[in-house]
Design a protein around this ligand. Structure first.
Ligand SMILES: [Zn+2]
Length: 405
């Protein structure tokens, strides 16, 4: 069988461009409609799957026509982003949402919630198509590529120009209209531009530089998706941490949970709601990085740079693994130090006795405590007068410390 002839004209795909966008630009070279090019030249009558999961037969034909490698063409559709952006393309996995969106914690230290088992769900793929693009990109005849990421509720701004993506209709390069035709391009806030720069770095480099360390592209998208869901958590489920969620929403100026009262997965929310949620996610990251918020979620520390300690020898700082703080161990050590000092310092002995006797008013119990102190080598005359109540009564409830007294 003769190989299919090369197209004499075909523009190169731009970095991150959607397959449909590139095919449209090829068709414009021949003053054709993309549908006609697909049907009559490539024998492919279906257009819905171009940016999601184009059939291998079509990709092979496109590779023959253009000389572009098959893998590169496949990366221009969402199927090429498995497993980095999505775990799987199979939407019949009931645990898919749990695995993807509830594995990590940023704003909340734990989630008090029902396990969500949803079929027909795929990460990031919206229930209705999104036509948003950068007005500066599409108005430039030399740069009319629509990025694949813009077809998802994933970014708010153009990685090249830093302005908001706007809704459009029509076909770039042929006929194009903007929903808000008179509006000048709007510069995205620093928080939004920073979040989108990271998403772009993830898509193009395979990693993201965070203040704490470099993370893998797969982790970035899951962190982002985690944040979006945390921001949509009913406050009644957030317990003492509801303040973090409220603070973020107040910071971005949208109603709490973008006005949602019922929980639904992010992918099926109204597009306008999704945009507000994304804005809240950008705000949350900004607040954590600037240390205005210090939420207790395990992965929140990724957004905070470790304090630089020790001296500098002029060479780059070598990353050291920080030992997690063990507050109880530190407290036990402090008590032991205090006991040692109390053996020769009446002031310390009395403070320590006040601490240990907090809440104990029963004379027998106090006598027993004196005996314990004496056994520890603290002279009884140091405790001739003391305050029976003091702070930190809770310390005694910890095993190991109560034995001491
Ligand atoms: Zn642009």
């Amino acid at each position: 069988m003769k190989p299919a002839p090369r197209w004499p004209l075909h523009p190169s795909p731009k970095e991150g461009e959607a397959l449909s966008s590139w095919l449209n630009r090829v068709a414009v070279c021949y003053q054709m409609d993309m549908l006609d090019l697909l049907e009559h030249d490539l024998g492919h009558g279906q257009v819905d799957d171009l940016d999601t999961a184009p059939p291998m037969s079509l990709l092979t034909a496109l590779s023959q026509r253009s000389g572009i490698e098959l893998d590169r063409l496949r990366d221009m559709s969402f199927a090429g982003w498995v497993p980095w952006l999505l775990d799987s393309f199979d939407d019949r996995l009931p645990a898919a949402l749990e695995t993807y969106a509830f594995q990590f914690l940023v704003l909340l230290p734990k989630r008090n919630r029902k396990t969500r088992s949803i079929t027909g769900w795929r990460a990031w793929l919206p229930s209705q198509s999104i036509d948003r693009a950068c007005p500066l990109c599409l108005n430039d005849p030399a740069n009319q590529a629509v990025l694949l990421a813009w077809k998802l509720p994933l970014m708010l701004s153009c990685p090249l120009h830093g302005c908001w993506l706007e809704s459009y209709w029509g076909v770039p390069g042929r006929f194009l209209g903007w929903e808000n035709a008179d509006a000048a391009p709007r510069t995205a806030s620093g928080a939004i531009a920073a979040m989108d720069r990271r998403t772009w770095q993830a898509l193009t480099m395979g990693y993201v530089e965070l203040p704490c360390r470099r993370i893998h592209v797969g982790l970035w998208f899951r962190l982002l998706r985690t944040l979006l869901d945390e921001l949509n958590t009913p406050l009644s489920q957030c317990e003492a941490h509801a303040g973090y969620i409220r603070h973020v929403w107040e910071g971005c100026g949208h109603p709490l949970r973008a006005g949602q009262s019922l929980w639904r997965p992010y992918e099926i929310l109204d597009p306008a709601v999704q945009l507000q949620m994304l804005e809240a996610a950008a705000t949350a990251i900004d607040l954590i990085e600037s240390k205005v918020l210090s939420p207790r979620g395990e992965q929140a520390t990724l957004f905070v740079s470790e304090p630089q300690t020790g001296f500098s020898n002029g060479l780059p700082v070598v990353e050291r693994k920080k030992e997690p703080a063990n507050h109880w161990q530190e407290a036990v050590k402090a008590i032991n130090d205090a006991v040692a000092e109390a053996r020769h310092n009446p002031e310390t002995a009395r403070s320590l006795f006040a601490l240990a006797s907090y809440g104990r008013r029963d004379p027998a119990a106090l006598e027993q405590l004196r005996a314990t102190f004496a056994k520890e080598g603290i002279p009884p005359e140091f405790l001739s007068h003391y305050v029976p109540d003091g702070p930190f009564a809770c310390l005694r409830q910890n095993d190991g410390l109560s034995d001491k007294f």
